[in-house]
Every structure is written in structure tokens, then in C-alpha cells.
Design a protein around this ligand. Structure first.
Ligand code: GDP
Length: 191
């Protein structure tokens, strides 16, 4: 399995010319506040890893982390709450998906298990489908729900995406992290 503990920040990419396409990679997507930074830090066993990308100026860019010396984890900007019209999340992501070709092995779309799935989330799934990018739904903050509520959230997603792969995680309780790590390892090691 890939050693995600060996991850370090490499660079931020505000636009197409800055993308790193020399290594296999996976990317993490989700609404602002979904728990994306916490989850990346949790799977990498490094509470400070994503800190750098949360500093002002870095939040609207793709942030690249080199993992195990061979792969990139790509942290996409959180979507959903942009008031700043000068910034176009969609353009950046479309450029990325268009450019990444075979190096993007899988995307991880994070959804807060307590919230209903919104237009933004469906729009992101639609774009991933359009580009033929394989993706996994990762529910975050599972510690906030009891078993029956979790089942309800899973049913909700299955209604929209039949037989879809879903991973239930909690960064706080450190549950589901190995499932996600395994999934990432498999994706990155695929041809
Ligand atoms: P991001 O904006 O998607 O990067 O989200 P953050 O990782 O910064 O988390 C947003 C908020 O959710 C913070 O207050 C976190 O402490 C909280 N949070 C993140 N993950 C979890 C989790 O697994 N369980 C709980 N209970 N809270 C979480």
C-alpha cells in the first residue's frame, strides 16, 4: 500500500500552466467546509499538511502534495460558497480535467453525511462523468450520525447513483480511513 504518511506540499496551481502532470494523481473535491482538509490530513497522518493550502490566497487554487515520492494528491478548491465573481471554479476544474488525461486516476467527491446533496454536488458529478473520470463518493463527519441516519444518507446517494462506491469516514474518530487509503492505493497503482 502507498505510504500516505510520506506526503509533502509541492505547489499551488492557480491556472492551467501551473498544473503538474508528470505523475499519477488523485484529486479531492467538495463543498467548502465539507471536511476536506481534515480528511486529507487524517489519511496522511499529518495534522498540519493542508494548513499551507488554507492560508489566504491558496484556497482558490489546486494544491499538490507529493506522496511516497511517486504520486500527487491534488486538493481542489472548495466549491459552493463563492461570492467572488472574478474567480471561476468551474473554469479551473474544467481546465484541470481536460489537461490531466491519464494521470488523473480517480476523483474523490466528499459529501457531508448530515447534509442533503445539492445542485453543486450533482453538477460536479456531471462534469466528472462528462470527462469519463472515475470517482468515489466519500461521506465525511460520520461521527455526527447514528447507524440508522448513516444508512439513510447512503440510501439517498444510492437513489441517484445505483451500485455506486461509497466510503463512510470520520476524521475526528478516524473511521473509514483505511478504506479510503486502500481505494487511493488501488487507483494510483492502476495502469
Ligand atoms: P474544508 O473546508 O472542506 O477543508 O473543511 P475542514 O477540514 O476545514 O473542516 C470544516 C469543519 O468541519 C471544521 O470545523 C472541522 O473541525 C469540522 N470537521 C472536519 N472533519 C470532521 C469530522 O470528521 N467530524 C466532525 N465532527 N467534524 C469535522
Amino acid at each position: 500500500m502507498i505510504n500516505l504518511s510520506k506526503s509533502e506540499f509541492v505547489k499551488s496551481a492557480p491556472r492551467k500552466k501551473d498544473f503538474l502532470l508528470d505523475k499519477p494523481q488523485v484529486c479531492f473535491l467538495g463543498k467548502s467546509n465539507v471536511g476536506k482538509s481534515s480528511l486529507i490530513n487524517a489519511i496522511c497522518n499529518n495534522r498540519k499538511l493542508v494548513y499551507v493550502s488554507k492560508t489566504p490566497g491558496h484556497t482558490k487554487m489546486l494544491n499538490y502534495f507529493l506522496t511516497d515520492g511517486r504520486f500527487y494528491l491534488v486538493d481542489a478548491p472548495g466549491y459552493g460558497y463563492f461570492k467572488d465573481r472574478s474567480y471561476d471554479f468551474e473554469t479551473l476544474m474544467l481546465d484541470y480535467f481536460r489537461s490531466s488525461g491519464k494521470c488523473l486516476k480517480r476523483a474523490y467527491l466528499l459529501l457531508d453525511v448530515r447534509r442533503t446533496i445539492t445542485e453543486d454536488d450533482f453538477a460536479t458529478m456531471e462534469i466528472l462523468n462528462q470527462f469519463g473520470i472515475a470517482f468515489t463518493i466519500v461521506f465525511t463527519k460520520a461521527d455526527k450520525l447514528n447507524q440508522s441516519m448513516k444508512a439513510k444518507a447512503q440510501n439517498e446517494i444510492q437513489k441517484h447513483l445505483e451500485n455506486f462506491e461509497v466510503i463512510m469516514t470520520s476524521s475526528t474518530k478516524k473511521t473509514g480511513l483505511d478504506d479510503l487509503r486502500r481505494n487511493i492505493s488501488t487507483a494510483l497503482n492502476s495502469k
